[in-house]
Design a protein around this ligand. Structure first.
Ligand code: VGL
Ligand code: ZN
Length: 209
């Protein structure tokens, strides 16, 4: 398929902590980095997100006594999964994967910076109270179509795709260029089905050549 000129590539959380040896390693997460580099050649508007937490972030199990990774707590009425400490601001784990090309990235959008609320989506925090500025940025550049890839399929990629579709962007996910945490078997498949049901188009790399 042809990529129309009013398209943007959004690369989600291609950070060390989600890759091999990282604290919240996504299985085979590194495999998407070369695909991110290939995809960038096809786009003029390219943005990237970074999960960017203060070290006292409430999504870290370590910040709750008597809780462990994987436990689910309730924060202001929202379910919150507790994660290992990850993507702490200004640490190696929060840096982009060293093999990711960055010279075409126009702007970075940071999420999860407020210690009181998590933020999976590239657009809004999980309570949908604050925006990251990404939607306005894309609208200013007359973007209609959004292509999303990155980590992790069942969390940040999923919620970014759902918000993009709900905001009215024509939204594509490049399936092979994403990997999931898969805390429970089937999470990635379910996430893709949910996205499809909400109007997101699932693409393969070969569809874009
Ligand atoms: C993510 C869990 C916690 C992600 C971020 O990037 O998908 N997952 N923080
Ligand atoms: Zn996080």
């Amino acid at each position: 398929m042809l990529i129309n000129p009013h398209s943007a590539l959004i690369m989600v959380d291609l950070q060390n902590d989600f890759c091999k040896g990282g604290s919240l390693e996504v299985p085979d997460g590194d495999a998407v980095i070369p695909l991110a580099n290939q995809l960038q050649a096809k786009f003029d508007v390219i943005v990237a997100t970074k999960d960017w937490h203060p070290k006292d972030h409430m999504s870290f199990a370590s910040n709750h006594s008597e809780k462990k990774v994987g436990d689910v707590i309730n924060v202001n009425g929202l379910e919150q999964i507790l994660w290992p400490d990850h993507c702490v601001q200004e640490t190696h784990g929060a840096e982009l994967h060293p093999l990711l090309n960055t010279f075409k990235i126009q702007k970075f959008f940071l999420k999860g910076t407020d210690k009181t609320v998590d933020s999976y989506s590239a657009f809004f925090d999980n309570a949908h109270l604050r925006t990251t500025g990404l939607a306005d940025y894309l609208l200013q550049q007359k973007i209609n179509d959004i292509y999303i890839m990155g980590l992790a399929t069942d969390y940040c990629v999923r919620f970014s795709c759902l918000d993009a579709a709900h905001l009215g962007f024509k939204t594509y996910i490049i399936q092979e260029a994403c990997r999931g945490v898969e805390l429970n078997p089937g999470d990635v498949k379910n996430a893709l089905n949910e996205m499809r049901a909400e109007g997101v188009t699932i693409l393969e790399m070969k569809d874009l050549t």
